[in-house]
Design a protein around this ligand. Sequence first.
Ligand code: NA7
Length: 489
Amino acid sequence: MSSNPQNKNLRFIIIGGGMAGILSAVKLKEAGYTNFTLYEKASSLGGTWRENQYPGVACDVPSHFYCYSFAPNPDWSYNCSPGAEIYEYLQSVADQFDVYPHVKFDTEIASMVFRNSRWHLKTNQGHLDEADFVIGATGVLHRPSYPDIPGIDSFEGTMFHTSRWNHSVPLEDKRIGIIGTGSTSIQIVGALSGKVKKLEQFQRTPQWIMPRPNPAYTEQEKLNFRENPALLDAIRAENVAISEGGFSSAVVGENPEALAMIAQLTLENLEQNVTDPVLREKLRPDYQAACKRLIMSHNYYDAIQHRNTELVTESITGIEPEGIRTADGKLHKLDVLVISTGFQVDQFLRPIEVTGNNGVTLEEAWKARPSAYLSVAIPEFPNLILLNGPNGPVGNFSLIDVADIQFSYFMKLVDHIQQSDFTQFVAKQDALDRTETDRVEATKKTVWVSGCDSWYLDDRGVPAAWPWSMKHFRNTMAEPDMSDYELAS
Ligand code: NA7
């Protein structure tokens, strides 16, 4: 990076200590910026991997790809390692790069106002801080979404959302119900089936499942990785090529062959691995594979066919003190009810009260729905950058890479400030309008609009995602187009 951090003694504030916040801290230091604070609302770093500690939690992006390019880890235990290992890895990276002295734990930012060329922040304890730049790294998958089912509060057993798992409740002797069939529920069923008294999974919509073996790395392989780090670079490069050349181009309509292959593999998985024809039909989706976020699993079909595990497809009519009532009148008696109904994915910085230029609040700017120029910058909100913000890449590839690319882009904007008399950059409204029009148009050729409902879709049914390939994303973010920004001093 070409910055000369000594010029202006710029100060940064990072909000959120998940993978994107830790990345920001490491990269700021790498660029020579040490005047920064990372605010974390909880008492440890790790973000979504701290919040999501349910049985079976794992990343479905291979571990040697879902890790920082600057911190390869030869010790990953599995191709796709368990969540606890990722959580530990993130903390160890923070430690290795001396991020902790910059972190203020248990401190939530309540509000932030842009005034006199700087951001003025207030924490929930009333503490004030200010900075030239704010990096919003608040994550996406951590604000639980609860279903609006009649009687839900009347349940007398133990009930929790998957991201609020109650580990104090022993499960072996329990009748467990789980609502939902997203990636989370599929992993939980894989982990719990056969290990509890009874497990019932309540399905509203079936899922296509991509078979994906998850082999453990041998000690010899780990030794090889330690002795020859180039092997890890090669695995990463291979994953980038597979992801960018295959899946990421398939879902955005640029690779029909790869999409057909996904459809064939998921169909064969269902046909070959579910023996009971009645169950097979219950599990067969009526929409195209990859329309919803594609689920990867090596054990779900085995798990759902276990004698103590049942797939319930009758719709839920209510929740009662003893369990779940379904449309056929049956009461499914439960001891534990697991809510696996996903997350409110449109919150981003909120509930922080953010006020930008001319007194405009984020609530006003996002009244219709969240949007950001190239997913990182919001008109009227100068010197604020979002990592993994609205309309950015989603999908089954590494969001760490996405955050990395976005952060490098941000540093180039900072370079412009550093090397000029300006103190502020702000995205132009017409730049957002133009790119948003292009984006919405491009979503029409994605598989996400091929006839299913999913968390990718916004209130209009338009995918709130990057509708082009990762390669396109990399190219777009390589260099900021400064004509789309206003600079001010
Ligand atoms: P998802 O993928 O949003 O899945 C939520 C599931 O919950 C899905 O099967 C929904 O069915 C189901 N759901 C939601 N509301 C209800 C109600 N009211 N009744 C019955 N079923 C309901 O969340 P996950 O936590 O599994 O995964 C989120 C992401 O985390 C995942 O994509 C990875 O990126 C990591 P539907 O399909 O809408 O009929």
